[in-house]
Design a protein around this ligand. Structure first.
Ligand SMILES: [Zn+2]
Length: 407
């Protein structure tokens, strides 16, 4: 596996792209999301607002062949071997989706989940009374995992080429659209095949609520601009995209998932073009129609959060350092923090075995156990969501000073 990555040679970078909602070429930059390269991939991209429709999106993205190689070689999502391996976030999403679908569950004879991974959503829907559940996923191990864990049939297929959407009462597209170079193409394919009366469930991070109006809790600066997310869509963007595919919004809500991130759930059905967007469910949190507006506010809020991180880093003695975490947070901080950019970092530690022996920003990535070889060297805990667990967990492995960047 590691030799495959070494053979890549030059760093793999993204290519420019157009607005995913309307195809317009002109975008206005709201943030330059620079990152250092990790394991040969550079996910740096400007975050743009479409000059025509105000949809927010990553202005550069990896080409499909590069992204495919990234997912197949380096992804942390291929490690589900038992029910305990399913992340708390995936369980929470499945529960929230089931709750959102409650009013129509009795109508659903057959459900297809697109990009179903290990089948946790389909398992939840079957437990809620749906008789026939089926998944498709491009990853070969998804079908093995879903069969072994939940006895759910999964076909290995690319969503854009699948030709049997018409056999189901509900097609679920959860945590998919934010990743696609051409999300409208998938909606078109589904919209064309969907049988009368059938529905589509969409779930995406809600870019219309990235700025979290009314929620003052701390945020991870720019944490929504992760490697793998390239479309920052609001209900307004999604409604327009769905309309072009002959689908209309039946119901929608925005909820906070773990750590406060806003998540958008949308139910679509076939309808003539030009229909009105209904008001959000009564349980929905506040969300803006224009993602460009919300994302610009989110960038302002993130810059404030980043300067607080920078102050903490300035308080660290100017000695060699270690970093825990080789993800987006570190890749962004190494590129954007003046303090970290000029610090001497001896090593970066991460649990993902695919990363061991690779480098991030030119610094070697090692397994966490090797921290104890660096006696007395301070460790910066470079993650927001898992900071407390890692802070506690590290004390069991090693004795060096641990530096938290957030409360
Ligand atoms: Zn646009």
């Amino acid at each position: 596996m590691n030799s495959q990555i070494a053979d890549l040679g030059a760093v793999v970078r993204g290519a420019p792209r157009v607005c995913p909602a309307c195809g317009n070429y002109a975008g206005v930059m709201v943030f330059d999301n620079r990152m250092v390269e990790c394991a040969g991939y550079d996910f740096s991209s400007p975050v743009l607002r479409c000059a025509s429709c105000d949809c927010a999106y990553a202005g550069r993205a990896l080409l499909p062949k590069d992204l495919h190689r990234y997912y197949s070689v380096l992804s942390k999502y291929d490690t589900v071997r038992s029910r305990e391996d399913i992340s708390a976030l995936d369980r929470e999403r499945a529960a929230l989706a089931t709750d959102f679908l409650a009013p129509i569950l009795h109508d659903l004879g057959s459900v297809l989940d697109v990009g179903c991974s290990s089948g946790v959503l389909l398992h939840a829907l079957r437990a809620a009374g749906v008789r026939h559940v089926q998944g498709i996923d491009p990853a070969a191990d998804a079908s093995v995992a879903a069969r072994a864990l939940f006895d759910i049939p999964v076909a290995q297929a690319q969503a854009e080429n699948y030709d049997d959407y018409g056999s189901h009462d509900l097609v679920c597209v959860m945590a998919v659209l934010e990743h696609l170079l051409e999300p409208c193409a998938l909606l078109d394919v589904i919209g064309r095949q969907l049988k009368p009366g059938a529905r589509v469930l969409i779930e995406i991070p809600d870019a219309g609520a990235f700025d979290r109006p009314g929620d003052d809790r701390p945020i991870e600066p720019f944490g929504e601009f992760s490697n793998e997310h390239i479309n920052f869509l609001s209900i307004g963007d999604l409604s327009r995209m769905a309309s072009s595919a002959g689908l209309e919004v039946e119901r929608w809500r925005t909820l906070r998932i773990a750590y406060g991130a806003p998540d958008l759930f949308v139910l679509l059905h076939k309808a003539p073009k030009g229909s009105q967007l209904p008001a959000a469910d009564s349980v929905s949190m506040q969300s803006r129609l224009r993602s460009g507006d919300a994302v610009a506010r989110y960038v302002t809020r993130s810059l404030t959060a980043l300067s607080a991180v920078e102050q903490r880093l300035q308080a660290v003695p100017a000695v060699p350092l270690l970093i825990y975490g080789a993800g987006n947070h570190t890749a962004r901080l190494m590129a954007q923090s003046a303090v970290l950019g000029s610090a001497k970092v001896l090593a970066v530690f991460d649990r993902n075995p695919h990363l061991h022996g690779q480098s991030i920003g030119g610094v070697q990535i090692l397994p966490p156990e090797q921290i104890r070889e660096f006696v007395g060297v301070p460790v910066i805990i470079s993650t927001f969501n898992a900071r407390r667990e890692i802070h506690a967990g590290l004390s069991a492995i090693a004795q060096q000073p641990r530096i938290l960047l957030y409360d």
